[in-house]
Design a protein around this ligand. Structure first.
Ligand SMILES: [Zn+2]
Length: 173
């Protein structure tokens, strides 16, 4: 689920999405998939695993996407037995980066933030040999029915710490 598109707002997990082909789940890299019923940040110790995870695919089919998008967004895939690593290839489809539509002072010049981030990101992708993977800049030139630009604009008015956390290669700098 692309949270940004579904809720017409920025994704709180960050402005860069790695989009994978669902075939990944059937590949040899993944032996065990569990799907959470609610976002694990809302789990508590009085609950049991039955409250945390769907018990089987039938229960998932029965209860997922039944009109409560807010509930559905808490369904996360937990991949077990991958030894802490998930290979990006061959199932990485594309990178999606938000254009926050703000400009910042960069080396003394007012510069469009997405131009800076795109350039830095391309450098990193090339360095790591991912330059062939499709890249999409979300809201490149315009925005329809989404609140993210006003959210990013507010960040750009404040002390910039939130904006830095999201877009700066070295947020502590
Ligand atoms: Zn948006």
């Amino acid at each position: 689920m692309d949270i940004h598109t579904v809720f017409n707002r920025r994704n709180k997990y960050g402005p860069l999405v790695f989009s994978f082909n669902v075939e990944l789940l059937k590949s040899e890299h993944v032996n065990n998939v569990r799907i959470t019923k609610v976002n694990p940040v809302h789990w508590n110790s009085t609950q049991s695993e039955k409250d945390w995870y769907y018990s089987d695919l039938d229960e998932f089919k029965d209860k997922y996407k039944r009109g409560n998008k807010l509930k559905d967004v808490g369904s996360m895939l937990i991949l077990k037995d991958i030894n802490g690593k998930l290979p990006l290839r061959p199932f990485l489809n594309k990178f999606i980066l938000d254009n926050p539509n703000v400009s910042v002072n960069y080396n003394g010049n007012e510069t469009y933030l997405s131009d800076i981030v795109t350039e830095k990101l391309l450098e990193e992708l090339t360095k790591n040999e991912f330059e062939d993977v499709p890249k999409h800049l979300r809201h490149k030139n315009s925005l329809v029915n989404c609140s993210c630009w006003s959210q990013y604009k507010n960040f750009n008015r404040g002390d910039l710490s939130d904006l830095k956390k999201l877009f700066h290669p070295d947020p502590g700098a």
